[in-house]
Ligand binder design. Sequence first.
Ligand code: ATP
Length: 344
Amino acid sequence: MEAPAVRLRGLRKSFGAAEAVAGIDLDVRDGEFFSLLGPSGSGKTTVLRLIAGFETPTAGGVELAGRDVTGLAPFERDVHTVFQDYALFPHLTVERNVAYSLKVRKVPKAERLDRARRALAEVGLDGFATRRPGQLSGGQRQRVALARALVGRPRLLLLDEPLGALDLKLRERMQGELKALQREVGITFVLVTHDQQEALTMSDRIAVLNRGRLEQAGTPAEIYERPATAFVASFVGAANLLDDALARRLLGTPGTHSLRPEKIRVLKESAAGAPGHATATGTVADVVYLGDATRFLVDLDGGGRLTALQQNLDTSAADVAGCRGARVRLAWNHRHTVHVPPPT
Ligand code: ATP
């Protein structure tokens, strides 16, 4: 079997008394689009900087393609990092920005300009070679940063919130483009993001970090459908967390359980239960019209509250307004409740 593109072994990093990375073991496979996902301060950027070599671990080590690089400087690793602010040279043309790393490596001029043009074509920027960064939009600057990363054909590309500065529409478009580009060039991508939607959309696998620790690593579907912890359930998408008492009452099983709002159906109170389904009756405490869907907050008879999300197939904003105070029955398939350790 091929060595993983990245292997983190017992990785720790402290800044004074604060532990930014608190012992992480993780493999990123060769050719994967891998995301490090977590809230602000969870240690994502520090992990990325440890992989790149901008930080030295307090303990543990980093292997790249089977080679221990823990003590090596960034330029001794076959890695390129794209920073959030793109770090372009404002006084150089787009083409020269892209060719810069080749110049440092003493690649002859004709070859480096040729490779820069090809990298610009890869990111859809042919025709922009002679502009300066100040004459480009945010999305175009982002592409220049990518072209600059790709031109040296690193084995591993590290991206720190690369789409963070873009507006939502452009961000969504670039997510698709970035994923397509990664497939095309076949380079391993490790991306840092705090945006769960972005991680779910683009990644082959995701590592969810919390307080410097790895909560779960898996495919988007595994992370979403089978969250390993209460933190993952709540951070990736929305989740109802049923505590032990509520789980005993509603499910007949002890322990904390996660239940996604969109798995819960909102029915008339008189509706009959279906085999394999749990049901609970209650009163709609609040209802929020979201355009494509409606969110119901339901106070259950006997205590507890669940959030349910319904697609607006036939519903309009006017229908939704009248639901507050209505008596309803909630129903969900038993297989959608996931047992998780209690929140710490
Ligand atoms: P964000 O999404 O906000 O960038 P992050 O998940 O990338 O957050 P890190 O930047 O890795 O988090 O920071 C993790 C923790 O380490 C934070 O508490 C941060 O304040 C601390 N930290 C990071 N770099 C340093 C540093 N150079 N000196 C001191 N503390 C640091």
